[in-house]
Design a protein around this ligand. Structure first.
Ligand code: HEC
Ligand code: HEC
Length: 241
């Protein structure tokens, strides 16, 4: 029974399995993986005292233990607001409500660094988002988005990331779109970028609407992808082409 109920996620592989051997080695080597530069920046920021308010580390002592595993549980529904928050959203919430500082802002160097740092504390731990209960409607919305044909090319996410896995497209090998290494360092960006930045690139690729960073559409999609990736290890910061 349990086996039959398993979603396609059972076969979903990490994007890292589709890397060239050279890039896979570079990703694994902290001294050669440029993403670790952002991780270090994030670690510094975590301890830095803002003009007012407290440093993150004052409330989150021993982050290597206290925040280890946190990233495996995002996106998740915020109990107080009922909103779906990804890791970036939770960090911004703490930044504004608890640290009483202005939000870092989507795709800012600070938010990317902080997110990369906190996600890196979960490296190797299995993804474990809730997709039932309060999360269910968001998960279902993400699934519907994933399966819907869209854009001038009239392609769904699923057609590429389930149907064409392993095929080449413009020099890339199409993966399952697991997204377990984000924020990731992408050679094309020459920088670390968020999962939503990657999703915008995929939307543009099929000439479909690009939703905003942190939009409800991409958050729901992120939850669905994370649900499909259940039990895959967190790999932030990954390296991608
Ligand atoms: C005044 C205390 C305080 C400050 C300052 C603070 N936080 Fe938090 N943070 C909390 C509390 C309380 C929670 C919710 C309880 C929990 O989940 O452990 C939380 C939750 C979190 C979570 C979610 C943890 C999880 O397991 O889901 C993250 C990530 C986080 N904070 C990051 C940060 C970052 C980054 C900063 C600095 C920008 C920061 N926090 C500043 C008190 C604080
Ligand atoms: C025309 C085929 C195509 C479509 C349609 C498409 N993508 Fe992609 N996507 C790619 C290619 C190619 C890459 C880069 C190689 C890879 O990692 O799969 C990629 C990368 C990704 C990644 C990053 C994976 C990683 O590990 O770095 C995610 C996540 C993703 N896509 C999600 C989506 C979602 C969600 C949709 C629907 C909105 C979508 N894609 C639509 C082709 C597509």
């Amino acid at each position: 029974m349990a086996l039959l109920a398993l979603p396609a996620a059972a076969q979903v592989k990490s994007g890292s399995e589709f890397l060239s051997p050279g890039m896979a080695r570079q990703q694994a080597d902290e001294t050669r993986n440029p993403g670790f530069f952002w991780v270090e920046q994030g670690e510094g920021l975590f301890s830095a005292r803002p003009p007012q308010g407290q440093a993150c580390i004052v409330c989150h002592a021993e982050p290597r233990q206290s925040l280890r595993g946190a990233a495996t549980r995002y996106p998740q529904v915020d109990a107080a607001s009922g909103k779906l928050l990804n890791l970036e959203g939770r960090i911004e919430q703490c930044r504004v409500e608890r640290q009483t500082q202005p939000a870092f802002g989507h795709e800012s160097a600070e938010l990317l660094a902080m997110t990369a740092y906190i996600a890196s504390l979960s490296r190797g731990l299995p993804m474990d988002v809730a997709t039932d209960g309060a999360a269910k409607p968001f998960y279902e919305a993400g699934k519907a988005f994933f399966e819907r044909r869209q854009g001038q090319l009239n392609l769904s996410c699923q057609q590429c990331h389930d149907g064409l896995v392993g095929q080449k497209l413009r020099g890339d090998t199409i993966s399952h779109g697991a997204g377990t290494g984000y924020p990731a360092y992408r050679l094309e960006w020459n920088s670390v970028g968020s999962l939503h930045r990657r999703l915008r690139a995929c939307s543009l690729g099929v000439r479909a609407t690009q939703f905003d960073f942190g939009s409800p559409e991409y958050l729901a999609l992120e939850l669905y992808l994370a649900g499909r990736a259940k039990d895959l290890p967190v790999e932030t910061p990954a390296i991608r082409r």
